[in-house]
Design a protein around this ligand. Structure first.
Ligand code: RUB
Length: 307
């Protein structure tokens, strides 16, 4: 349990971050936990796996990739401890392999939509969005990227570092400069923490202002998302929770200690309605947000039975 707790802590503190990465880290954590689990009965095995799953899922509430991964990995049918253990190991390895392949596929599919000379704006640090951008560049397209700083955790800097390694020219801007620079941009590419059945995107706070500005300027707004970023339980009306993080991430508490009338809010994500999204690039092809339900039905059906 110690190693699983360490992974959970890394997810909570964002040492491990990004919806895809946390899903893979959780799959690995459950796999390794199950592999070393010493129990005497199947009942005990079930309880331990259930508790470990809830513990991991509770670390960050918004990215649906996390519960999707944990539920998929812990789907075992055997009533025998060793067999169930093997099933979990197999599920986890398959999930991790598929997640890696999905990023590659998204890169290939999305890169086709990028034209030589395009200027792309991105927000935060999405491995799926970056896969599209770097694949287009490696395919010989001369592109450049405007990356937002993404306050308060400044994930935009990770994006800049990543792109710089490829030799892709970048421009770093503050989040409030998004509309000012929109006229210079050909398209916007962002990732996803969750996509609901009605095609609403949940992604890093500020994504919806990129979408609004892009809509106003008639620029293409593309979302890059693996199928495991779609939320099955939104079909029955469950709402996606927006994580509210500590105000300490925004401002040093000492600087505001005497401001008794102040409250500081730090929502980590926001909602972008489907009508502002031109396309979602998934590992099974490009879809319109209007058919998000089909992705859930076809690729997350294992969970539909349980909601
Ligand atoms: C990260 C974020 C990313 C999505 C998709 O937020 O909003 O755009 O998670 O990322 P945080 P990826 O930094 O708070 O985790 O494509 O890598 O899964």
């Amino acid at each position: 349990m110690q190693k699983l707790k360490e992974t959970a802590e890394k997810i909570r503190t964002m040492e491990l971050r990004g919806a895809g990465r946390i899903a893979k880290a959780a799959a690995e954590a459950i796999r390794d936990y199950a592999a070393g689990l010493e129990v005497v009965s199947m009942e005990e095995f079930n309880t331990c796996i259930r508790e470990a799953s809830s513990f991991l899922i509770s670390t960050r509430p918004t990215a649906v990739s996390l519960p999707n991964a944990v539920k998929l990995v812990t789907k075992y049918s055997s009533g025998n401890i060793e067999e169930a253990r093997k099933e979990i190991l197999g599920n986890a390895n398959l999930f991790i392999e598929r997640a890696d392949k999905a990023l590659e596929k998204i890169g290939k599919i999305g890169a086709r939509r990028i034209k030589d000379g395009d200027i792309i704006m991105t927000h935060c640090n999405s491995h799926a969005a970056l896969s599209i951008i770097t694949t287009a560049f490696e395919n010989g397209k001369s592109i450049s990227v405007i990356a937002t700083e993404s306050r308060p955790r400044r994930q935009g800097l990770s994006t800049i570092h990543h792109l710089n390694k490829f030799g892709i020219p970048t421009t770093l801007i503050v989040d409030s400069a998004v509309r000012y620079y929109m006229k210079d941009v050909d398209m916007i590419i962002v990732g996803a923490d969750a996509i609901s059945t009605n095609g609403t995107l949940v992604n890093k706070i500020g994504t919806s202002q990129l979408a609004l500005a892009a809509h106003e300027a008639r620029k293409t707004f593309m979302v890059a998302a693996e199928t495991f970023k779609f939320s099955p339980s939104t079909i029955v009306g469950d709402l996606i929770e927006i994580e509210e993080r500590s105000s300490d991430e925004i401002i040093d508490p000492l600087l505001i200690a005497d401001l008794s009338h102040l409250q500081v809010k730090n929502p980590a994500f926001d909602f972008t309605p489907a009508r502002y999204i031109d396309m979602i690039v998934t590992d099974v092809g490009i879809i319109s947000p209007a058919i998000a339900y089909v992705i859930i039905k076809e690729h997350l059906s294992w969970e539909l039975g349980e909601i």
